[in-house]
Design a protein around this ligand. Structure first.
Ligand code: MG
Length: 164
């Protein structure tokens, strides 16, 4: 078995008016993330972690934000495309571990839905998706609710062929 890991990170500005799109789920909130696509920081971080694990290009290279076709686009498309590249390279997901930093809202009530949606998009068990939430401790852009940030590490594995 060959293992590789990848790291992804993303941040989006927050603006008044909900809902907050995160992990492929629309969370009821009084702010939303601003971006060219649907601004889903968590799916973007996971997408970059998967691409990083196979040393492929990053999400901005695959889906340029200058391209009108990506305007308002569902980030599930980016994630599926990245995982297809992982699978094309002969790898499958071992597990993801993600951290979302947001002062509000509380993510605990939505954790199950988010893990379930990510698992569904990747075709893996929800147990393969780790998700933790942190606040900004009231300081900095996260704490002032000016931004939301997500980080993810992805471990992928490839079974070695006996015939080479
Ligand atoms: Mg992004």
């Amino acid at each position: 078995m060959t293992y590789r890991i990848g790291l992804g990170e993303d941040m989006h500005r927050l603006a008044p008016g909900g809902p907050l799109r995160l992990g492929g789920v629309d969370i009821p909130h009084d702010r939303h993330a601003v971006g060219h696509s649907d601004a889903d920081a968590l799916l973007h971080a996971i997408t970059d972690a998967l691409l990083g694990a196979i040393s492929d290009q990053d999400i901005g290279g695959l889906f340029p934000n200058a391209d009108p076709v990506n305007s308002g686009r569902d980030s599930a498309d980016f994630l599926r495309a990245a995982y297809s590249l992982v699978q094309d390279a002969g790898y499958e997901l071992a597990n993801l571990d993600c951290v979302v930093s947001a002062q509000r809202p509380k993510l605990l009530p939505h954790k199950g839905a988010i893990r379930g949606r990510i698992a569904e998009l990747l075709g893996v068990p929800a147990e393969s998706i780790g998700l933790k939430a942190k606040t900004g401790e009231g300081v900095g852009p996260i704490g002032r609710e000016e931004a939301i940030q997500a980080r993810c590490v992805a471990l992928v594995m490839r079974r070695e062929s006996l015939t080479g």
